[in-house]
Structures are given as structure tokens and as C-alpha cells.
Ligand binder design. Structure first.
Ligand SMILES: NC(=O)C1=CN([C@@H]2O[C@H](COP(=O)(O)OP(=O)(O)OC[C@H]3O[C@@H](n4cnc5c(N)ncnc54)[C@H](O)[C@@H]3O)[C@@H](O)[C@H]2O)[C@@H](O)CC1
Ligand SMILES: Nc1ncnc2c1ncn2[C@@H]1O[C@H](COP(=O)(O)OP(=O)(O)O)[C@@H](O)[C@H]1O
Ligand SMILES: [K+]
Length: 457
């Protein structure tokens, strides 16, 4: 059982291609199913201390995994029952069912058990589930002490994380061979409970991954404040937002933060206030310009954005500045940090999953796009993407996005490339939120950044 941090994310077609390669290399479909089912059984056995297990089996290979798991549990002396919604339709699943010596109950008539294993549908589910399946599934999960999904919870759409059915969340999902978009994209990610990966010997790789903790470099004896990174935060109509970004940059590891434009009174003394001017931006030591938080959307804001872009410094473009952005692709290293509303305004015509849309947006903008939310996707024009799916929902409070823009700015000014800077910033921001606990406000968040950063050294 493997943690999913840093693991590749494969959609159903990519998963099938990887599986086909393994089969072509000599491992039969039944052997793969045997590995999957036996590993599921092993995890269930470890977690359930002998309590009765009810395995729900569907018609495809997900159901096949379920038959194998139930048989393995029985062989190990564990009390296991099976309930099915249909007969097997694949050769491997038929063989697995034939090897099960016990009775197979009707899904609709099955009595609850303390442990439920959902092996009804996996990556093959491609249309809404009927009530004859949803209702018993809801009832059985709702009455179990522990529910475990095989590969993905039944009722979610593997490739985009949408829901085909309203069934409750399970406690644990055992992903087979690879993480799928449904494990990390909402709303289905919230249905998965804890997620662990089972290695069944299928080789997987790809440009889309689950976020993992960055390995950051502490300053060395050779460093000075400029080498650690100078961030210029452009202020505007709402100075509080720029102050949050500047604080995020300072506590996110920058060596020097300048706030260009009007500042609030409560700005930390370490943040240097300066009048906004083209000259202030032209300072060659500026490693990143953060613009957008509280900028406003008037002519003055537009002028500041134009000057910032003309400075040709690496940029983090957030909030109001995203509203002022034209369609021209970026010419300097740029990170855009839209939330769903800003993304829709900028890239509303794109189709596909949140991951696919973020990658397409990054290509169009020639910039790294941080498509924020409970399932933040960080995408690069070359097709790489990282999905951060476990940020605390307490982040849904005003101003946290401003702090994020600052943290990303600090990483960029510190020398990380745009993709790494964005991914590091998102990780540190989420980790700071975890340390901040419940009901923090954006001002509190920055105070937890140093400890979050310290955990990544
Ligand atoms: N990826 C891999 O390398 C491996 C995958 N295996 C398993 O195979 C699964 C995929 O198997 P399948 O492709 O057979 O697909 P599934 O078992 O996910 O489901 C497909 C079956 O469900 C039916 N179905 C789809 N939507 C339905 C609906 N709304 N209502 C009623 N029936 C519906 C289909 O007609 C088909 O019979 C994976 O999720 C995993 O559990 C394992 O057996 C071993 C190896
Ligand atoms: N439900 C949620 N779970 C986890 N993180 C969230 C959730 N909602 C918002 N966030 C995060 O909180 C931040 C909010 O940013 P944003 O929407 O720009 O707010 P603001 O403009 O008020 O600063 C983003 O980093 C986003 O990913
Ligand atoms: K399942």
C-alpha cells in the first residue's frame, strides 16, 4: 500500500494502454486480476480484525477483483459474503466468479455487514447508475463501520471526477496500478476517503502527477538578501490585499520584499514601501513581480500592469490583473493564478477535465496556470501538471489567494523555474493552512508559512 503523493495520474484510456502493455509483455489479464484482488484482500484483512466483509461485485473486471478478493479472504479464514448486481461480462471476471465457492446474493436483497468492499464499477463506468444499484449501495455503505472502494468508488467518472450518482463517500479507496483523475478532482475526490495505491506490476508513467512535498534548499553562507530573492509586489486600490501578498512573499522565503504603491499601516517593517514607478520595477535584482491582489481594474491599474509586463521580470499575475489581461501569450516567465470564476472568464471555452483545461490554458497563455480550488491544478505549457487535492477547506476565506500569490512570488524570485515555483508555493500554502487549524483568517496564514517551509528543508 503506497501513499499517492508524487505518483503519476492516468486517465482510463492511459490506464488501459498501460495494462495492455503489461499483458503484451506476458502477464495475463487473469494474473493481473489475481494480483489486484489478492492485494485488496490483504489490506482488508489487515484493517478489519476478523469482522464480516460483504464484497459488492459488478459485471466487469472491477467486479472480478471483488470475487478474487472475497475468495482470498475466505481462504485466510475471514468471514466474507458476496452480493452482485449482474453476472460477469468479461472472461477474467467470469473465471474469478467460477472460483468463488460460496453463494452470490442479489445486491438489492443483501443485508448490511460491518465491512463493505465496493467492487461494483471501476474505470469502466461511463453512464449514470440506476436506482436499483444506487439505493442498495447507499444503504450498505451507510450501515457499514468501514467502507472500502476497489480502484474508484462506484458512481464517479474516472476521467473528470464528476459524479454519475449520489452515493455516500467511502472511508478508503484502494487505487489499482495508478492514481486516476477521479481520486484528485472534485467532487469525486471527496468521495474517496483516504486513498492508497496498490502496485500490481503495471508500469505507469506520465506528465501529470499528484503533488508532493518539495525539497527546498536552506540559505547558505554565500547567500545574501538579494540572492535569496527580491519580490516586488505592486499595490493598487485595495492595499490590504497587496499587504497580504507581500507578507506571504516575506514569510514564504523571499530575501527582500518591496511593496510598490500605497501600503496599509500594519505592514511588517521588514517590507520596504516604495512609490510605484517603472524605475522601481526596472531594478535588475527584482526576481519576481506579483501583481493583481487588490490592484483594481481602472485605468491606473491597467497602466501598472502594462508597466510591470514591460519590465520583463518573471511575473505572478493574480486577482484583478487577470481581469485586465489580454489574449496575448506571455513573453516572460509568467504564472497565472485564477480561481474558477477567473478561469472561466479567461478560458471559458475550453473543454475536458479540470486537468485538461488547465493544461490547454497554460498552452494558450504560454504561462504556468495555477487553477485554484479544493483541487488546485498547476499546469505548464509543455503538458506537465501537478494536482494538489488535500488543502484544508478552511482556505476558503477571503485573502488566502493573495497570500498564495506572494508565496509563489518568493519561490520564483528565489530561483525556482515557473512550474516548480508554482507547485512549491501551492504546497507551502496548503501546509501553512494545515498548521493554522480551523477558522483562521488570511492574515494568520502567513505566520504558519515559516514552519511549513521548515518542514520542506
Ligand atoms: N488497470 C489495470 O491494470 C487493472 C484493472 N483491473 C480492474 O478492472 C477495472 C475496469 O474493468 P472494466 O473495464 O471491466 O470496467 P468496470 O468493471 O469498471 O465496469 C464495466 C462494466 O460495467 C457496465 N456498466 C458501465 N456503466 C454502467 C452503468 N451505469 N450501469 C450498469 N452497468 C454499467 C459495463 O457495461 C461493463 O459491463 C478497473 O477499475 C480495475 O478494478 C484489474 O482487474 C486488474 C488490472
Ligand atoms: N474548499 C477549498 N478547499 C481547499 N482550498 C480551497 C478551497 N476553496 C478555496 N481554496 C484555496 O483558497 C485560496 C483562495 O484564493 P482566492 O479564491 O483567490 O481568494 P482571494 O481572492 O479571496 O484571496 C486558493 O489557494 C484556493 O485554492
Ligand atoms: K469500485
Amino acid at each position: 500500500m503506497i501513499r499517492i503523493d508524487g505518483q503519476p495520474i492516468l486517465d482510463a484510456a492511459q490506464m488501459r494502454a498501460a495494462e495492455a502493455q503489461t499483458i503484451a509483455a506476458g502477464t495475463g489479464a487473469e494474473a493481473l486480476m489475481a494480483r489486484a484482488g489478492e492485494q485488496v484482500a490483504e489490506q482488508v484483512r489487515r484493517l478489519t480484525a476478523g469482522a464480516e466483509v460483504l464484497v459488492l461485485c459488478g459485471p466487469g473486471n472491477n467486479g472480478g477483483d471483488g470475487y478474487v478478493a472475497a475468495a482470498a479472504l475466505r481462504r485466510a479464514g475471514h468471514a466474507a459474503r458476496i452480493a452482485a448486481c449482474a453476472s460477469p461480462t468479461t472472461a477474467a471476471a467470469s473465471a474469478a466468479r467460477a472460483a468463488w465457492m460460496g453463494p452470490v446474493e442479489e445486491l438489492g436483497n443483501a443485508a448490511p455487514a460491518p465491512i463493505v468492499v465496493d467492487a461494483l464499477f471501476g474505470i469502466g463506468l461511463n453512464r449514470p447508475l440506476g436506482a436499483e444499484i444506487c439505493e442498495p449501495l447507499r444503504h450498505l455503505i451507510g450501515n457499514a463501520r468501514l467502507s472500502i472502494a476497489v480502484d474508484v468508488p462506484s458512481g464517479v467518472s474516472t476521467d473528470d471526477g464528476s459524479s454519475f450518482a449520489e452515493v455516500p463517500a467511502v472511508d478508503l479507496t484502494l487505487a489499482l496500478a495508478a492514481v486516476k483523475p477521479a481520486h484528485v478532482l472534485q467532487p469525486s475526490a471527496a468521495r474517496c476517503g483516504d486513498i492508497r495505491l496498490l502496485d500490481i506490476g503495471v508500469e505507469v508513467s506520465g506528465p501529470v502527477r499528484v503533488a508532493s512535498a518539495p525539497q527546498l534548499r536552506p540559505p547558505s553562507a554565500r547567500d545574501h538578501k538579494y540572492s535569496r530573492g527580491l519580490v516586488a509586489v505592486v499595490a493598487g486600490r485595495m492595499p490590504g490585499a497587496a499587504a497580504l501578498a507581500a507578507t506571504g512573499a516575506g514569510r514564504g522565503g523571499a530575501g527582500y520584499v518591496r511593496l510598490l504603491g500605497s501600503a496599509t499601516d500594519r505592514l511588517p517593517h521588514a517590507i520596504v514601501r516604495q512609490r510605484f514607478s517603472a524605475e522601481a520595477l526596472a531594478d535588475e535584482r527584482v526576481g519576481a513581480v506579483v501583481i493583481g491582489p487588490g490592484l483594481g481594474r481602472d485605468d491606473k491599474a491597467r497602466e501598472r500592469l502594462d508597466l510591470a509586463r514591460a519590465s520583463e521580470r518573471p511575473m505572478v499575475i493574480d486577482g484583478d490583473a487577470l481581469h485586465l489581461l489580454g489574449e496575448a501569450p506571455a513573453r516572460v516567465p509568467t504564472i497565472l493564478t485564477p480561481h474558477a470564476g477567473e478561469f472561466a472568464r479567461l478560458f471559458g471555452d475550453l473543454n475536458g477535465s479540470k486537468i485538461e483545461r488547465a493544461i490547454a490554458a497554460a498552452r494558450r497563455a504560454n504561462a504556468v496556470v495555477v487553477f485554484k480550488g479544493a483541487d488546485t491544478v498547476i499546469a505548464a505549457p509543455d503538458g506537465r501538471a501537478i494536482v494538489h487535492a488535500h488543502a484544508p477547506a478552511w482556505l476558503a476565506t477571503a485573502g488566502t489567494g493573495d497570500v498564495l500569490a506572494g508565496v509563489i512570488g518568493a519561490q520564483l524570485a528565489g530561483g525556482a523555474d515557473v512550474f516548480t515555483a508554482a507547485a512549491n508555493g501551492v504546497w507551502l500554502h496548503a501546509e501553512a493552512a494545515r498548521r493554522a487549524g480551523p477558522a483562521f483568517i488570511a492574515d494568520d496564514l502567513a505566520a504558519h508559512l515559516p514552519a511549513a517551509l521548515g518542514a520542506c528543508l
